[in-house]
Design a protein around this ligand. Structure first.
Ligand code: SF4
Ligand code: FES
Length: 358
């Protein structure tokens, strides 16, 4: 199997985080994953990623600013001619630290916001950090770094679109990503408490259209949830196609959840070169191409577009990672999605939080 060129590196520097968000995409067993890459090891990853054809690196986690060698890592990414982009909750880095990263070559920042309302933000993140986030956004803008605000949407904040747009504009963001929750990791655990009704989603979509007209200076993305669509997204642009993920323990993956799929062998840096991990690891090749697909995907014309959806979602809902993603209305297991939609009409259960800093 020929491996395509990856364009994006997702560098998960650490799974530690001071927030405890109920939709965190980190593995449920994240605390078992040891941080094994220091600044020198990540620097080699940056060089090898550039040699593979990667142009953009998302420095993420957990909370990537908790990695003690972040400055060295950003410097290495910039020296390798990558575009380093920091994905942060904005509560752990002061102006001086951010300025040092900007001097080292950091190109842009994504700040996550849980809600425009303090009580909802606290309920989602498990801690009260709204003031710190506002201060961080001001620091980003003072340093003239392009700012994206990212909000994970769910039934508790879907009605906040106008306030969220106003907040992103006030923060000086160039781009606002309103991404409906994808149900992986902790979000799947909390799905019945987070999944909105179709009516709430449709209302939010109309509001987004109005807001785009009212705020032309702000690019507003609205990412629909798989659970309320009829066709799946091409998760990560396809398994092992465009995005290479390196986990805190050095495991090289096609997505943030793949290490939890049973029976797949992935390789690690620095034990092996990043290029070998990407091209040759059995797990990376398990779902490349379409020979592995089951009916109806195997003969469906959409398979070149959506790659049969998400392997992690297929496994989580059917126990078979090669199954058609149940988000597809043609999937034999689509009933699981329909049941979840019906459950969203009922009263939500209590939220389950991931641990905090650990
Ligand atoms: Fe995509 Fe498979 Fe559904 Fe076709 S049947 S749209 S390939 S998930
Ligand atoms: Fe793993 Fe979609 S999150 S394939």
């Amino acid at each position: 199997m020929t491996a395509p060129r990856p364009y994006n590196l997702v560098a998960e520097l650490t799974y530690r985080c001071p927030l405890r968000c109920v939709y965190c995409s980190n593995p449920l067993e994240y605390a078992q994953v040891r941080e094994q890459l220091d600044g020198a090891a990540w620097s080699v990853v940056m060089e090898e990623a550039a040699a593979l054809g990667v142009v953009h690196v998302g420095l993420t986690g957990g909370e990537p600013t908790l990695h003690p060698d972040l400055l060295e890592i950003v410097t290495a990414a910039a020296n390798a001619d990558l575009y380093p982009h920091l994905v942060t909750a904005g509560t752990t880095l002061d102006r001086e630290g951010l300025e040092a990263l900007a001097r080292a070559g950091l190109r842009s920042v994504q700040l996550s916001i849980q809600s425009a309302r303090a009580d909802t933000a606290r309920r989602v993140a498990g801690v009260d950090v709204a003031t710190q986030k506002a201060r961080f956004a001001a620091d980003v803008r003072a340093l003239d770094l392009p700012l994206t605000v990212n909000v994970v949407l769910h039934r508790d904040n879907l009605d906040e679109v106008p306030e969220l747009v106003g907040l992103a504009d006030q923060f000086g963001a160039k781009r606002l990503e309103l991404a409906n929750t994808q149900y992986h990791g902790w979000a799947l655990r909390n799905r019945d408490a987070l999944l909105p009704t179709r009516a709430a989603l449709d209302a939010a979509a109309s509001t987004v259209e109005r807001m785009r007209a009212a705020y032309p200076q702000l690019e507003i993305l609205f990412v629909l949830p798989d659970y309320l669509s009829d066709r799946p997204k091409p998760c990560m642009g396809g398994w092992g196609q465009r995005i290479v993920v390196v986990a805190p323990d050095g495991k090289v993956l096609p997505c943030h959840g793949a290490a939890e799929l049973p029976g797949l062998e992935f390789w690690r840096v620095p034990e092996r070169a990043l290029g070998d991990c990407w091209r040759k690891a059995p797990g990376m090749n398990a779902y490349r191409g379409d020979a592995w697909m089951q009916p109806p995907c195997r003969t469906c014309p959409e398979r070149q577009r959506d790659f049969a959806g998400c392997r992690c979602q297929a496994f989580a809902l059917t126990g078979d990672a090669a199954a058609t993603d149940p988000a597809c209305s043609l999937a034999p297991a689509h009933g699981r999605i329909v049941e979840a939609r019906d459950a969203a009409e009922a009263d939500p259960p209590a939220l389950v939080y991931r641990g905090g800093l650990s």
